[in-house]
Design a binder for this molecule. Structure first.
Ligand code: SAH
Length: 397
């Protein structure tokens, strides 16, 4: 990955033809090029680099859907662009609004899979929860996305398309109006398992000539792919959240199997390295899904206080969101408050994430889309699904 603003020196053209969005056509989808790769692209066309900035603005600030709209580009160059490139967006299959104002889109990707994107309004803040993969290759025990198995990584264009859908949903395309004020990569998938495409997409989100969101308003959430965290810090300064869910390795090994490869101590150390590199007093958001009788007891809270003293962080408690045949339950409100009190007494900044959008299956861990599973992991769960019920969005209770 080239640092933002500098061409990578490698050819942008052959590289992006591997992009799944481009598969059916040989044209390059310009929506999938980071600012640096767009510069490379124009250089290869023999054009000046500032063309990249002009086109970046047309694509991501004006929402252009054709080259003809780009009136400060010569007709000849527009014709050349139309020959080698395209502006291609996936189709919205479903658009549902919850009673609490949470809005969910199901978006069809090339190959027929579908992913889900959720916009959560909260006062001035409108947070978009973006997916990074079709399904997920991790297998966290309490997550319905994980139970569906994995199909493929989303391309940069497919990740950015989710932001564009949300911006466009409320009127003429204009990112400057901040209809989406924050982006969290907390939808379907493990962002760090789709490293290059996710990094390119976050660079577009944070680039002043594209979506212009501040680095404090774009948060990447990971279950803890430790080596990728170190790589991330070299190329990006996006904000970071980690999905911890347990205060010790014995429990985390069960709930978040990637812990067996990268145990808690190595994850906390990697987070501290990430913050040192940022050097701007940011903290890590620690996500902890509270599951009744599993990780919600006072002794878990006390152990968590000790652990989190080793990391500048804020804790976000997520009461478990049920899905059919999960086998887990949400703790009582009293148990949630008791856990929170212990954390606060231990001087850990703690909030409880209110459940949003559960009437349209848009809450954390409820995103399923339509995944054609390549891993056959989903088959493992079929025996426990009564009547072999489909996990597809349209058929869920
Ligand atoms: N793979 C990344 C991005 C997903 S973020 C990660 O693990 O961080 C989605 C968040 O919701 C994660 O913290 C995840 O563990 C949590 N989650 C998953 N299933 C849930 C459920 N059923 N109820 C509440 N939170 C859940």
């Amino acid at each position: 990955m080239a640092p933002s603003g500098r061409p990578s020196g490698r050819s942008a053209i052959p590289k992006t033809s591997n992009d799944p969005m481009s598969e059916p056509s040989t044209k390059i989808n310009l929506l999938g090029l980071s600012p640096a790769k767009l510069e490379d692209f124009f250089q290869q066309l023999g054009e000046k680099r500032f063309r990249a900035t002009q086109v970046l603005k047309w694509l991501h600030q004006q929402g252009a859907s054709s080259f003809d709209e780009m009136t400060n580009i010569s007709k000849a160059l527009r014709a050349r662009l139309a020959e080698v490139a395209e502006i291609r967006e996936p189709e919205v299959l479903l658009d549902k609004t919850s009673r609490d104002g949470t809005r969910k889109w199901v978006i069809r990707m090339d190959g027929g899979s579908a992913i889900e994107t959720v916009l959560i309004p909260d006062g001035e803040r409108r947070t978009l929860c973006v997916s990074s993969q079709v399904g997920c290759s991790l297998d966290c025990r309490f997550c319905s996305t994980g139970k569906q198995g994995f199909n493929r990584n989303l391309s940069t264009a497919e990740i950015i398309a989710q932001l564009r859908v949300a911006i466009r949903a409320f009127g003429p395309f204009d990112p400057a109006q901040r209809r989406v004020s924050n982006v969290v990569l907390m939808g379907m998938g493990e962002p760090l398992m789709n490293f290059d495409n996710v990094v390119d997409a976050t660079q577009l989100m944070m680039d002043d000539n594209a979506y212009g969101l501040s680095k404090r308003r774009v948060t990447l959430s990971t279950a803890g792919v430790v080596p990728a965290l170190d790589r991330l810090r070299e190329v990006s300064d996006v904000s970071l959240a980690i999905s911890l869910h347990a205060p010790n390795d014995t429990l985390r090994d069960q709930l978040v199997p990637i812990n067996r490869r990268y145990p808690i101590e190595t994850l906390i150390a990697a987070c501290n390295r990430y913050l040192e590199g940022l050097n701007d007093r940011r903290v890590i958001t620690v996500e902890y899904t509270l599951i009744e009788g599993v990780n919600d007891q006072p002794e878990h809270a006390r152990e968590l206080v000790k652990l989190l003293r080793q990391l500048p962080c804020k804790l976000n408690l997520i009461p478990f969101n049920p899905f059919p045949n999960s086998g887990y339950r949400r703790p009582t409100e009293a148990a949630i408050q008791r856990f929170k009190e212990i954390m606060l007494k231990g001087s850990i900044m703690t909030t409880v994430r209110r459940t949003r959008g559960d009437d349209v299956d848009a809450a954390c861990g409820q995103l399923v889309g339509q995944v054609e599973d390549r891993t056959r992991r989903s088959q493992k769960y079929i025996p426990v699904v009564q009547g072999g019920a489909d996990h597809g969005t349209s058929q869920r209770p």
